[in-house]
Design a protein around this ligand. Structure first.
Ligand code: SF4
Length: 345
């Protein structure tokens, strides 16, 4: 369905800039807390911001894309006219997307090894990603280098953001320069296996098929503190990798077995399974019901909520995400509304 392309009127643009600045300032405050008040920073980042993010990506990925602090950082050079605005080839775009998935799958197990218990380690990884983001924004046009390329959160955005509840205007790109061949921000019902080539990219298949199992495996490993985790690197990577391979194998078998008409439902079901598995463990853990006592706990509410809470929580989140991503009748909309083309074809 063709959607209206819109330019943001100046007052709306100013309002989005104010919101982007506010979210960026919150991100900077959390970064400072990770270095100066690590306990507070770890709670704010790992036990508040990160647990909220998957639900936000499911419900309103465009809102997140408009205000993500790392995305805003990557796009500063472009907004200031300091980007070389390079054009990536189709193969170059695919390579960056695959590297983004590799970055994601490589970094997440390090949470158990060191990041979940060390504010400076988490801050160091964020700083490294921010430098990479600015480098990509300085080199390539709009979001092609980072937000729709190398960013390790982008594969998760594409997996979870298949059925947005709203499509705000794109608050970064003033005009569309077609910086990526299939713009994830502007393509209705975007998912990781939609691509310019006929065959789905390896990065998309890995994410759709493997991520649910990867998350399950991740939750089977505990957090290590005080440098002890480096002696358990093998465990930290083995469980998520084994889960990924098992769920990827199941996905590939189902895709070969099921008629092509069911493939979209299959993709949505694996996306729903991934986010449902995440909250299956993560929401109870926030309140003291995690598989490893104390890991990922925001506040201990075990006495208040009672022993039935984890199962009520799991039932509610699993039903909700399958309904939202698989069963619900919905409009096919994009994450954001595309701005007018700079050079209409
Ligand atoms: S709207 Fe156009 S310029 Fe902006 S990210 Fe999408 S393709 Fe690139």
């Amino acid at each position: 369905m063709a959607r209206t392309r819109i330019h943001l009127p100046p007052p709306h643009r100013a309002a989005w800039r104010a919101l982007q600045t506010a979210v960026w300032a919150i991100g900077l405050a959390i970064f400072a807390a990770l270095l100066l008040q690590p306990t507070l920073g770890i709670h704010a980042f790992w036990n508040v911001l990160i647990p909220v993010a998957p639900a936000l990506l499911v419900l309103a990925p465009g809102l997140w894309r408009n205000v993500c602090p790392l995305g805003s950082t990557a796009l500063v050079p472009r907004h200031l006219g300091m980007s070389a605005r390079g054009k990536l080839s189709r193969a170059g775009q695919a390579r960056l997307r695959l590297l983004g998935v590799v970055l994601l799958l490589s970094i997440v197990p390090l949470r158990h090894v060191v990041m979940d218990t060390s504010g400076p380690a988490t801050a160091g990884v964020i700083a490294g990603l921010a430098l990479l983001a600015v480098a990509m924004g300085t080199r390539f046009e709009w979001k092609s280098g980072w937000c729709s390329g190398l960013c390790p959160v982008h594969p998760v955005e594409k997996l979870y953001g298949q059925a947005p509840s709203l499509s705000p205007p794109n608050a970064h790109c003033d005009n569309c320069f077609r910086c990526v061949e299939i713009c994830p921000d502007s393509t209705p019902a975007m998912h990781p296996m939609i691509g310019a080539a006929q065959r789905p990219e390896a990065s998309g298949t890995l994410m759709v098929g493997g991520f649910a199992g990867y998350i399950w495996g991740w939750f089977q490993v505990r957090d290590y503190a005080g440098g002890e985790g480096w002696a358990h690197l093998d465990v930290a990577y083995a469980f998520p990798s084994a889960g990924l391979l098992a769920s990827l194998g199941l996905f590939l078998w189902l895709r070969r077995t099921l008629p092509a008409g069911h493939h979209t439902t299959l993709v949505r079901s694996f996306a729903a399974a991934a986010v449902a598995v995440y909250y299956w463990y993560r929401l109870p853990a926030l309140f003291g019901f995690g598989p490893f006592p104390g890991d990922g706990m925001l506040v201990d509410l075990r006495q208040v909520l009672g022993a039935g809470f984890p199962w009520l929580s799991r039932l509610a989140t699993t039903v909700f995400f399958f309904w939202w991503l698989v069963l619900r009748t919905r409009q096919r909309r994009g994450w954001t509304i595309r701005p007018p083309l700079a050079h209409p074809a």
